[in-house]
Design a binder for this molecule. Structure first.
Ligand code: FCB
Length: 427
């Protein structure tokens, strides 16, 4: 058995839009994902896992798993449906938090897991600087409602996706193109304005890319675009110096105002890290719409076995990532806020068990190399609405039958429960 450090937090993660359903109940307003298409299979998240009505059962599953923490997100359009700072749907989260605490589970609340109110998108969404200030108002409302009981906060989930997929390539809602950097900046500003308003431990969750490749210049540029654009202002208070010249053909960065990066660099209590796979880059390609400033590079997957998403299984990338982040940010605790794999098997999901085993081993390797990793949240508690893939990709350790919404434990849930109970990984 390989033991995890004393006090290591074991968790499971979800996101509001992917599990809740009830999109038109209790006054919830539309978000940019409602009706965004095309979604594979014609699926919608209108009901999703029906968690909004089944949260009691779901908290029961968390308790049975034995996890110490549950990472979920609050839906902005549910809480502030008319954009006025008078909360409406926050009661649902208040009840959820109470129930979690009753069962001895620490709530870890994400404020933005991609479900921007459509009304704000109509005013420019993340291309509009004002959205950052609206986000801070929303954060204050949630902090007022839950801050007496919640002390772990994540402002944003994966601003890389929200900015580069939502406003760069247009693959994600709201499906706009060419605005990746402005969206990234305003998301950072939103984080920086909101962070000081939250009581307790505050973090932000990134999906830092582990970039592999033989050409140093290509790797450095891809790393700057994927990681430096976010980690620079958030963790160091400045954009990478080479960034402006490297992207001058795309933007003049005039949306960055004096003092912004200082705001974005608000003190953090931990950094959330989501990890699934690595990216391979070489010179001499046609780029990828989600990688602005990398038009002359070629992106591919690493060789090797892949999950149902087509993502190469590379646990060593997680070790590399955690060790790098620890080295670059001494004193900043790291938390793996998402890790997991999509596989179709309904119950006997040996491949998911192997994936989780490999990646938890990778976390231990990083800890042994000196990285201060404080916790791990499996993605995901439940099979859920996987964005543009709809219900076609299953990440849950618990299976959801989308006809009946029945939950069934997969072998990975049983396996995870035993690891959590032991606080150690079988060797
Ligand atoms: C991450 C998202 C999460 C889920 C997983 C598979 O990028 O944060 O909502 O979709 O990927």
């Amino acid at each position: 058995m390989r033991r995890f450090p004393e006090g290591f937090v074991w968790g499971a993660a979800t996101a509001a839009y992917q599990i809740e359903g009830a999109v038109a109940e209790d006054g919830r307003a539309p978000s940019i994902w409602d009706g965004f298409g095309p979604i594979q299979g014609g699926d919608t998240a209108d009901v999703a896992c029906d968690h909004y009505h089944r949260y009691t059962e779901d908290v029961g599953h968390l308790a049975d798993l034995g996890v110490g923490a549950y990472r979920f997100s609050v839906s902005w359009p549910r809480v502030l449906p008319d954009g006025k700072p008078e909360p409406r749907g926050v009661d649902f989260y208040s009840r959820l938090v109470d129930l979690l605490l009753e069962r001895g589970i620490t709530p870890a609340v994400t404020l933005y897991h991609w479900d921007l109110p459509r009304a704000l998108e109509e005013q420019g969404g993340w291309l509009n600087r004002d959205t950052a200030y609206r986000f801070a108002e929303y954060a204050r409302v949630v902090a007022d409602a839950l801050g007496d009981r919640v002390s772990t906060w994540i402002t944003l989930n994966e601003p890389w996706c929200a900015a580069y997929l939502g406003y760069g390539s247009g693959e994600h809602a709201p499906g706009r193109t060419g605005g990746g950097f402005a969206a990234a900046h305003h998301l950072g500003l939103a984080h920086g304005l909101a962070a000081p308003l939250l009581p307790g431990d505050v973090g932000v969750t990134l999906n830092p890319h582990v970039v592999w490749g033989g050409d140093e210049a290509a790797v450095r540029r891809a790393d700057m675009i994927a990681n430096g654009v976010f980690e620079g202002p958030l963790l160091r208070g400045a954009y990478p110096e080479e960034l402006f010249a490297a992207t001058a053909h795309l933007t003049d960065w005039s949306f960055v105002r004096d003092g912004d990066t200082k705001v974005i660099n608000a003190p953090l209590d931990f950094l959330g890290v989501n990890y699934y796979s690595v990216t391979v880059v070489e010179p001499g390609g046609k780029g990828k719409p989600s990688w602005p400033g990398c038009e002359d590079l070629r992106f591919s997957s690493a060789p090797g076995e892949r999950t149902d998403m087509g993502w190469t299984i590379a646990p060593e990338g997680l070790t590399e990532l955690l060790v790098r982040l620890a080295r670059e940010n001494p004193g900043l605790p790291l938390v793996v806020t998402e890790n997991g794999a999509a596989y179709p098997e309904p119950v006997h999901d040996a491949r998911r068990v192997a994936y989780l085993h490999g990646h938890l081993g990778a976390v231990l390797d990083a800890v042994e190399a000196g990285a201060d990793v404080r916790g791990y949240y499996v993605w995901s508690l439940l099979d859920n609405f996987e964005w543009t893939f709809g219900f076609g990709k299953r990440f849950g350790v618990i299976h959801v039958d989308y006809a009946t919404r029945e939950r069934t434990w997969k072998d990975s849930a049983r396996w995870y429960r035993s690891v959590v109970a032991a606080g150690a990984l079988p060797s």
